[in-house]
Design a protein around this ligand. Structure first.
Ligand SMILES: Cc1cc2nc3c(=O)[nH]c(=O)nc-3n(C[C@H](O)[C@H](O)[C@H](O)COP(=O)(O)OP(=O)(O)OC[C@H]3O[C@@H](n4cnc5c(N)ncnc54)[C@H](O)[C@@H]3O)c2cc1C
Length: 499
């Protein structure tokens, strides 16, 4: 029998935890080193004044990818004492949308109900809207195996079944043009175009520059549904940590990795910042750190893939975590207050890094689904606007952004919420970078503001160093919880093939 791998995972983000789980389930000895005081990366929580906030992701789709980890552990380690399987609630709606002209729309999970309310609100053509959503689903199913579930960079293991799925549909896919152009051509009605354009922000991109291929994203909500993990988004981190530990993964927090060490084209281990004299041995290293610091800091002596590292970053965010007095009946878990001119908003972000006087505002209120997240009669508002991934520039503009956000809420919902703010905490691109090592505080690694973006994300296996692998939002297939989980699956399957 082959000797088990000694594997080290750098970073306990959702992808790092998933990679550690998969490797441990397959019998590797896994040690995970996390710079922060606790695991989770962007998927952590903050408690203040009786309020609980999920700090990063709030929209949860494709939960089967977490259940798949439970099943994987169970199949490979039937003898292990594993935690109860991951649980979540499926929601009857995804988002409440609001416009300043007084229009609003509830995006019901039931497609017929959604199409009916959109038809009523905007006089939209029901069959065209129905066909638009159905096409998103068919494209998603045709392309997911190639673009999301396997490496785009390896011949070995490239699935024939993936190509078989896409070939009959290939002529129906929009290979050229932008997402905005695609939505405008098929929907025409401006509110609906804006609603479907916003799916480019799922990976921090601009719908007026991102490829029409991103039209597969609405299927995640309108076809596969939106969900809420029991315990909130942070429940995902807690579950993955419990699963990893039950499989014997050693999780070390407050343990920033200083260097990945290699010799003669092979990784040999890592050294930690707190003890750079001790080499911690490994024959496999999986980096869940952003690919920029992985090369610049952890592997400074290795030639870096400059073209990939120079890709435009995704947007970052300024997030206000407000404890709010009172209950606000027209809002739900996910709420979006759209700007009047989406194109101008993205142009402003691209030129000045901030959205100007009329930002699109996202409000997430988890206490609507999990009342214990706020004191009685209050709500926990996570209020976010998109900004450029430029920490130095944005930091100074936070008070101005706050003013514009409050004014936008007042204009759109008719409420002055400033006097209702009971507790306050803010995260900026700088804060995100400091807490997670995400280069420039980008939420999703590189943006998709480029027709070739999918091919320009870093691969999951190093071709320079045997034993070196990559997972997480800055590498293939990209950012967001589902894709990060897929990156861990792809990376560990490559370990099976190559190491
Ligand atoms: C505000 C916000 C909102 C978001 N909204 C959504 C959403 O609604 N839905 C969604 O699906 N996604 C959303 N995302 C994106 C999602 O959070 C990320 O794509 C995902 O969580 C990234 O996971 P990751 O595995 O890449 O690791 P990260 O979460 O980036 O974690 C990487 C970890 O590695 C550690 N690390 C880095 N370098 C070292 C080192 N040298 N030594 C040791 N440890 C190191 C870091 O400390 C960190 O803990 C959002 C993100 C943010 C910030």
């Amino acid at each position: 029998m082959r000797k088990p791998h000694q594997a080290i995972v750098v970073g306990a983000g959702v992808a790092g935890l998933a990679a550690a789980i998969r490797l441990a389930a397959k019998g590797c000895n896994v040690r995970l080193f996390e710079a922060a005081a606790e695991p989770g990366g962007k998927l952590r929580e903050h408690r203040e004044n009786g309020y609980r906030f999920d700090l990063g992701p709030s929209l949860f789709t494709w939960p089967q990818l977490i259940q798949e980890l439970d099943a994987f552990a169970r199949v490979h380690r039937p003898e292990a004492s594993l935690p109860e399987p991951f649980t979540y609630e499926t929601l009857d709606r995804s988002t409440h949308y609001f416009w300043e002209d007084g229009k609003s729309l509830v995006a019901w999970s039931d497609r017929k109900a959604f199409v009916e309310s959109a038809t009523k609100a905007f006089g939209a053509n029901a069959s065209k809207l129905e066909a638009h959503i159905a096409h998103s689903g068919r494209s998603f199913e045709a392309t997911r195996k190639i673009f999301l579930e396997q490496s785009l960079h390896e011949w070995r293991g490239a699935g024939k079944s993936a190509w078989r799925a896409v070939l009959p549909f290939v002529h129906k896919l929009p290979w050229l043009g932008t997402l905005h152009r695609w939505n405008n051509r098929h929907l025409k009605e401006p509110h609906l175009v804006q609603l479907f354009d916003r799916y480019a922000t799922y990976n921090g991109s601009d719908p007026h520059r991102a490829p029409a291929m991103l039209h597969v994203i609405p299927h995640l909500e309108h076809g596969m549904g939106t969900h809420f993990p029991h315990g909130g988004m942070h429940g995902i981190t807690k579950h993955l940590v419990a699963l990893a530990e039950s499989l014997g993964v050693e999780i070390n927090c407050n343990a920033p990795v200083q260097r990945i060490v290699h010799k003669e084209g092979k990784v040999t281990g890592i050294v930690l910042e707190k003890n750079s004299a001790e080499l911690i041995l490994a024959d496999i290293v999986v980096s869940n750190s952003d690919v920029q610091p992985t090369y610049r800091k952890l592997l400074p002596d290795l030639p870096a893939p400059e073209k990939i590292l120079k890709q435009e970053r995704s947007t970052s965010g300024v997030i206000f975590y407000w404890g709010i007095k009172g209950e606000h009946a027209n809002l739900h878990l996910h709420n979006i207050l759209f700007s009047k001119n989406y194109r101008k908003e993205f142009e402003d972000i691209s030129k000045t890094d901030v959205p100007g006087e009329d930002p699109t505002v996202y409000i997430n209120i988890s206490s609507k689904v999990q009342p214990s997240d706020a004191p009685n009669g209050c709500e926990n508002w996570f209020v976010m606007v998109n900004v450029g991934a430029n920490p130095a520039r944005v930091e100074a503009l936070v008070p101005e952004i706050r003013r514009h956000v409050l004014s936008k809420i007042k204009r759109t919902l008719g409420k002055d919420i400033e006097p209702l703010i009971d507790s306050e905490f803010t995260l900026t691109p700088q804060g995100l970078q400091d807490r997670t090592s995400s280069w420039r505080g980008a939420l999703y690694g590189a943006s998709s503001n480029n027709m070739l973006a999918a091919f320009l994300r870093h691969r999951n296996r190093s071709t320079q160093l045997k034993g070196m692998y990559f997972c997480g939002g800055s590498v293939h297939p990209g950012g967001g919880i589902p894709l990060c989980l897929l990156s861990a699956r792809i990376a560990t399957e490559l370990i099976d093939s190559y190491s």
